[in-house]
Every structure is written in C-alpha cells, then in structure tokens.
Design a protein around this ligand. Structure first.
Ligand code: MEV
Length: 440
C-alpha cells in the first residue's frame, strides 16, 4: 500500500519520478525509462513544457495532423488537428474535398460578447440594492481602469454591468452579470481580474453606504468568475449546393442521399441518445482544432453542450434542410477562443498551427473551428446513412491493430493492401496476420 506524500511539489523532477515509480509501479526502472523516453532532447523546450503545469514528469504526445483543402469564405486553409482518434483527420479531409468543388464553407460571427459574474448574497430591500449598485457603477469602471486600459485602447473592455435578482431561484442570491469584449484574447484572466476588483469595490462600498440600511451593508460575495456559457459569442458555418450536385460516390441517388442526411439530423433533434453521439462527432473536429491552436477545449465543450440544451432538451448542433432543390447544412455554436495570449505565445506547435492558419483573428478562428465541426458531422452522417461507420473507421484503425500485434513494416504494407478488398474486423485482422506469418 503506497504511503501518503508530503511536499511532493517541492521534490525535483527526478525525485518525483522515482517516488511514483517505486510507490505505484511493479517495475520502477522500466517506468523511469519509459517516462524519460518521452522527454524532449532540447532541454530548453522540455523546461517550457515542464512549467506549463505542476508536477510534470514527462510529455504526453497526441498526433498533430493536417486536414487540407478547406475552402472557407473563399480562402483555402489546411486545418491543424491534435487528436488521437484514428478516423477524424481522414473524415475531415474527405468532407473538405467534397465541399471544395461545391462552393466551400461560409461562416458568420453573430456576436463576440463574453460573460462574467460576481455571485453575492444580500439580505435586504431589492430596490435599495438597485439604487446602491447604480450609484457605484462608475466606480466599477474607474477601479478596474489599470486592468482594462490596454484592452479599451484596442476597442474592447467592459461593455455592461447589470444587477440580476436571482432570489426566485435561491434565497437572497443576486449577481453582477457583466459583459466583456476581449477581442483576440480568450480573456479569462482579464475577465476574472475585473470581476475580483468589482467584488472588492462592492463589499467596501456596501459597508459605508448611506443608501443601504443597517443589516443590509454586509454583502457576502460568494465568488467571482467568468462563465464558459457564451451564447452571445456565437458563430455559424454553412454549406449548400443543389441536391443534384450531392451524390458523387455515395452509392445512392443525390435526392435519396439528401433526404437521408436531413432525416439523420431530424433524428438527432428528436432523440437525445442520438444527439449526444451526433454532437460528439462534431466535437471530434472542434476539439482537435481547438487543442492544436492552444485553446481550452474543456471550456468549449462545456459551453457548446449547454447551448445544445438551451431549448430544454439536448439537441443537434447542426441543422439540414432541402428547399427549392437546394441542400443546406449548417452549424451554430457559442465559442470563446483566443489567438493571442495564453499558450498561443508559448507553445511552439500552437504558434505553428496559427501560422498554418495564416494568423487568424479570434473571429476568423471561431469560423474555422465551426467549419471543422460541420465537416466532421457531414463526414460521419454521410458514412452512417450510406456504408455504415465501421468501413472507414476500421480502415483507419487497421494500423492500430497491426501495431498492437507488433506487425513489421512489410506485414503492414501487405495487410493494408489486403484489407482494401476485405472487411477489416478485429478478428479478421488477427487471422490475416497469423495466416501471413504462417505462409512466410
Ligand atoms: C465517433 O467518434 C463519432 C461518430 O459516432 C459520430 C456520429 O455518430 O455521428 C461517428
């Protein structure tokens, strides 16, 4: 049974590695060797990664791939994607190529507002609280000026500070519901710093307020934090073409294909069990680009899933329709991204990803990410309503199975060729490899 540890974060990296290896693994020397295999040989680069988080032992690789041929708003992009799932980049590339010859993707940013809240408890007269907040609102702006100065000079800053009465949901609960414009920054630190200053101002001014009465002046600030739900930081991406242009290599008629796509989306709108998987496929594309560009995919996930439930039931993030012989397929997602600050200026691969994307503004990146989600969904639903998902999935997974089985390069080459004409289930791959080995 391992012992609890005191002061782990103060140990050196080598000491931490030895401790974890000896306490939790059967073969400590093998564990140490494995962790060190993943160290970068460039000491400076390794130190940079070590310092991203606490208690770093080594690096955890994800493949960094490229899905080319994305025509977005008339510009040709290659999308950097960081993801472990075998078929995602292939599916994105396939959808990109499909729409490349059908007008490409168009995007529109519908809003860029971000939200932060100071949550507080006030036991007193709501009207007096309203009057008090109005009286100190200029102070909220004034006392955050050192934080907001540069952002304001670039056209952003605090846009609105509203008092919201939430007492019908929770006794004595109010909030300052604040709206921010953070331009090309994701803005988490900026927003949280402003909110914490609002909270200090609020508490201090309440204590000496002559608008509030005795027993009302001790406002309890519970917390001050940005919201990852950003329904006003919204982007739409879309593709469309005449139905007859759809059908290429699907094996069914263009009209049937269009009808099936529309029905598949309708099912995801009607049935949460399907909607979750439908949207998971969308997030395959979104997360991969979000991660490659150094953004916070947990924030993006949380906000997008909340948006998918905004009508009281969990629904599809994409929509599809056929009108006047034209097939239209689109996605609308809330997403707060940054192209400056944070990892974007630190992580060499993130910098490279942004360079590959031609140094997009945050608004452009919102469009690109929405396109990645839409393309991923198109590719997934296309397979689902035609060949079934396993055909493409297993083709991509084949190399993983062969690697698991220690196949040589020559064996891989022969079996990839073989499975172009045969269906690649796990058992079929195992059997084919065994047969190949027996015959040689
Ligand atoms: C797998 O990662 C994603 C899919 O399940 C998405 C979908 O079903 O739409 C293929």
């Amino acid at each position: 049974m391992p012992e609890p540890v005191e002061g782990f974060s103060k140990l050196s990296k080598e000491e931490k590695i030895r401790w974890i290896a000896e306490q939790y693994t059967e073969d400590p020397e093998a564990c140490i060797a494995l962790l060190k295999t993943y160290w970068n040989t460039d000491g400076r680069l390794q130190r940079l990664h070590d310092e991203f988080i606490e208690n770093t032992l080594t690096n955890y690789y994800l493949p960094f791939g490229i899905a080319p041929n994305f025509l977005i708003d008339g510009k040709l992009y290659a999308l950097p994607m960081a993801i472990e799932e075998s078929s995602v980049v292939a599916a994105a590339s396939k959808a990109a190529k499909f729409w490349l010859t059908r007008g490409g993707f168009t995007t529109k940013v519908l809003g860029t507002e971000k939200i932060g809240q100071v949550h507080f408890i006030y036991e007193g007269d709501p009207a007096r609280l309203g009057e008090f907040i109005t009286s100190i609102t200029p102070l909220f702006f004034e006392e955050t000026r050192p934080i907001t100065k540069n952002m304001v000079a670039r056209g952003g800053g605090i846009k609105k500070i509203e008092l919201r009465d939430k007492t019908s949901a929770l006794d004595h609960y109010y909030q300052l519901h604040c709206t921010f414009e953070t331009l090309d920054a994701m803005g988490a630190n900026f927003i949280n710093s402003c909110l914490e200053q609002f909270a200090r101002t609020l508490r201090r001014e309440a204590i000496s307020s002559d608008i509030l009465e005795d027993g009302e002046r001790n406002i309890e600030v519970v917390m001050s934090i940005l919201s990852n739900y950003v329904p006003q930081c919204l982007v739409r991406a879309e593709v469309s073409c005449k139905v007859e242009e759809l059908g290429a290599d699907t094996g069914i008629s263009p009209q049937e294909f269009a009808d099936k796509l529309v029905r598949a989306v309708a099912i995801a709108n009607a049935e949460p069990y399907r909607a979750v998987t439908h949207n998971k496929g969308i997030m395959n594309g979104i997360d991969a680009v979000v991660l490659a560009t150094g953004n916070d995919f947990r924030a993006v996930e949380a906000g997008i899933h909340a948006y998918a439930s905004r009508q009281g039931a969990y629904k599809s993030l994409t929509q599809a329709e056929i009108r006047d012989g034209v097939f239209r397929f689109w996605i609308e997602i809330p997403i707060a991204l940054g192209t400056v600050g944070g990892l974007t200026t630190l992580h060499p691969l993130v910098k490279l990803a942004l360079e590959i994307l031609q140094h997009p503004s945050a608004k452009e990146l919102m469009g690109i990410v929405a396109v990645a989600g839409l393309a991923q969904n198109f590719a997934a639903v296309q397979s689902l309503v035609t060949t079934g998902i396993q055909q493409g999935h297993m083709k991509m997974h084949l190399l993983n199975i062969l690697n698991q089985m220690g196949a040589t390069e020559e064996e891989k080459k022969q079996l990839v060729e073989y499975f172009k004409k045969h269906s690649a289930t796990h058992n079929a791959v195992v059997e084919a490899l065994e047969k190949l080995r027996e015959s040689s």
